[in-house]
Design a protein around this ligand. Sequence first.
Ligand code: ADP
Ligand code: GN1
Ligand code: MG
Length: 380
Amino acid sequence: MARRPTPPPERLRELAAGFRIHGDVLGVEPYGSGHINDTFCVRVEQAGAPLRYVLQRLNTDIFRDPAAVMANIARVTEHLAAQLRREGVRDASRRALTLVPARDGALWRNEPDGAWRCYLFIERARTWDAIESPAQAAAAARAFAEFQRRLADLPPPPLADTIPGFHDTPRRFFALQAAIQADPHRRAAEAAPEIEFARARAQIVDRLERARAEGRLPLRVTHNDTKLNNVMLDDATGEGVCVIDLDTVMPGLVHYDFGDMCRTATRPTPEDETDLARVRMRRDMYEALVRGYLEGGAGFLTDAEVELLAFSARLITFEIGIRFLTDFLEGDAYFKTRRPGHNLDRCRVQFAMVRSFEENEDWMQQMTREAWVRAREAHR
Ligand code: ADP
Ligand code: GN1
Ligand code: MG
């Protein structure tokens, strides 16, 4: 998969002009640090006042059906906006993404240089690549829990599966085994300890999928990519204002979301930290995260779901670790990388976190059960 080049400035302005942006475009610049899409900030002057929009190129090598992705996003954002209005929430237009339609009213534009869409820019808030405080963990987790709660009554039909098997950990594990076997870039030797680490954990990969298949866990509408930098925290209050990056919102288990939050919001380093001694689960952050998530989720979560939350931290972190490892072996075709070995560095961070979760799992399980009793009491 060759990455598409960034369009030149004149082309970016032309693309921005394809959407119902009111005002004079001053500039369009690359923005953010996501691994998948190409994001740009459009600076506009509207009747003399500065205003910004987000222009984004969807990665269609990864999202093969952009129309399905955009239809999902339109349903989700409209449902969220209606819920927020019903709840009488202040600041509603900052609390859910708002699509800016194309000039012809379409949800997105299919152009020779990609699938493009535009959003209102969420102002006075930002995303974080590494967490700094337990308060941020609680805020992020509460925002994702409320996102799940507000989408719990999304009317049928079910959302489209934008990436089939996205959190099918057994399938991810088979893909890793195939990459090790083929070793197309002769990199397996360099990753020998990580391959060994992954192989030693084969027996955990199907635990969530089995529980789902046996009907012990319900399918809900989940985000599926709840890393810390996919939620915007308010600049002034630190509160989680808006969940973003909705390409993977589809039917899923709450554990996919909870596990990915634990992966990124209990680790006080970036995802590609090279000093592994710094990489560990911080108990104060896990505690805050669980509190925020269970307070937000007390109205809909079941006991059976809560019972597997602590385990999901370990499993989903492992899953994303093996995805980085697979991509390293396959020549860095999927995740954007900025240096040689970048995906292997990311894999090492995830595996260090898996180890940390393993060492703390009894404490995490106990802590989660206690927090659940308190959250349910408070919700009564
Ligand atoms: P990716 O799939 O590549 O991660 P995202 O949708 O997460 O793409 O966007 C990348 C970054 O752009 C985010 O981490 C965030 O900082 C910024 N961003 C995205 N949407 C908005 C928005 N509506 N308002 C402000 N910033 C945004
Ligand atoms: C990708 O899009 P972004 O950067 O928020 C990836 C996630 C991974 C994450 C790892 C569609 O998320 O699944 O967990 O990188 N998204 C997709 O940082 O594959
Ligand atoms: Mg993102």
